[in-house]
Design a protein around this ligand. Structure first.
Ligand code: FAD
Length: 293
């Protein structure tokens, strides 16, 4: 018997990953599931465990680089309506992790709830944003979280309360295999003021980041709170540097953009070159912010 026999209507075999990630690069996933309910998710996870197949949860794919060799795992994308519920109760919103962050920001802004507009322009889902505490100088998602519902390694559903959740610079301790939903508490404010702020942040983002290119956000973490990885790469003279079809963005040096014909391997080689150059010139060991699968 094969690992996912009987589950063919939501688990597929040998699925190209490039269309699912913002870099538009990389090989195939050995298995790819889009569960439509908690039951389907649990069944897929159980079958994977019985066959010793690793699992990876994919959100919007805006922070993942898939290797050219592909992913020897079951990739699970919680895309169905079941994982995309949004419930408003006064200034508290409960949100499924498959909800696109931009959709949540527009809904809360229009409802006159302030806070999440600080994340305007960040692609991906609520799940990916929670995992990596997505944000910018204007604020991060973690500061608005009241609790999160997660699925642990034993496939048990748990609620993690705020006191037990730590958010840091582009990271969180929400490290359970699957994040299912989260509750946010926002501040009531005039909707027009929130929408105006949202538009202002969008203009700044568009000017400073290479939207419209194949990329994956900032490649490296800042090595210290007051040291920007992008500034180091820029000062190392690497804006515009290329490796095959991968190029350091001339708009934001911490972004690598994939030009036509690029391979994931080009991006990985360019990452290597940047790390070496920044180490040699400034003594900083740049750590990856993106996930390499
Ligand atoms: C043009 C561009 C601009 C960007 N600007 C910013 C920015 O300003 N600030 C910023 O912080 N980021 C930025 N990013 C990076 C990226 O958008 C964020 O990291 C985003 O939050 C990732 O969300 P995602 O749903 O795409 O996650 P994915 O890329 O799909 O996954 C990222 C990680 O989260 C995990 N994950 C996703 N969903 C779940 C879940 N439900 N349960 C468990 N684990 C999960 C994945 O397994 C993976 O480890 C940018 C990216 C791009 C392409």
């Amino acid at each position: 018997m094969r690992p996912f026999d009987g589950l063919q209507d939501f688990v597929r075999t040998d699925v190209p990953m490039a269309p699912h990630v913002w870099f538009r690069l990389g090989g195939h996933a050995r298995f790819f599931a889009k569960p439509r309910s908690l039951d389907e998710l649990l069944t897929a996870l159980r079958r994977a465990r019985e066959s010793s197949i690793a699992c990876r949860i994919l959100g919007g794919g805006s922070n993942v680089l898939v290797r050219d060799e592909g992913v020897d795992a079951l990739v699970i994308q919680l895309e169905s309506p079941f994982f995309s519920d949004v419930k408003f109760e006064s200034n508290v919103i409960t949100v499924g992790t498959a909800v696109p962050l931009t959709a949540l920001i527009s809904q809360t802004a229009r409802a006159g709830l302030a806070g999440l507009e600080a994340l305007t322009g960040i692609p991906g889902t609520v799940g990916g944003a929670l995992r990596g505490n997505a944000g910018s100088r204007q604020g991060s998602i973690g500061q608005y979280v009241r609790r999160a519902t997660v699925l642990d390694a034993a496939n048990e559903v748990h609620v993690r309360e705020r006191d037990d959740i730590t958010f840091a610079d582009r990271s969180s301790n929400l490290d359970e295999p699957v994040l299912l939903s989260a509750e946010f508490e926002l501040a009531p404010e005039d909707p027009e003021a929130v929408v105006r702020r949202m538009r202002r942040i969008w203009i700044i983002k568009k000017e400073s980041q290479p939207y419209g290119h194949q990329s994956s956000g900032c490649i490296f973490k800042n090595p210290a709170p007051d040291v920007s990885a992008g500034a180091l790469i820029d000062q190392a003279g690497m804006k515009g540097a290329r490796c095959g079809g991968a190029e350091v963005s001339d708009r934001h040096a911490n972004f690598i953009v994939a030009q036509p014909g690029a391979k994931s391997d080009d991006v990985l080689r360019l990452i290597d070159q940047i790390q070496q150059r920044v180490w040699q010139q400034f003594g900083y060991d740049l750590e990856l912010q993106i996930q390499v699968w």
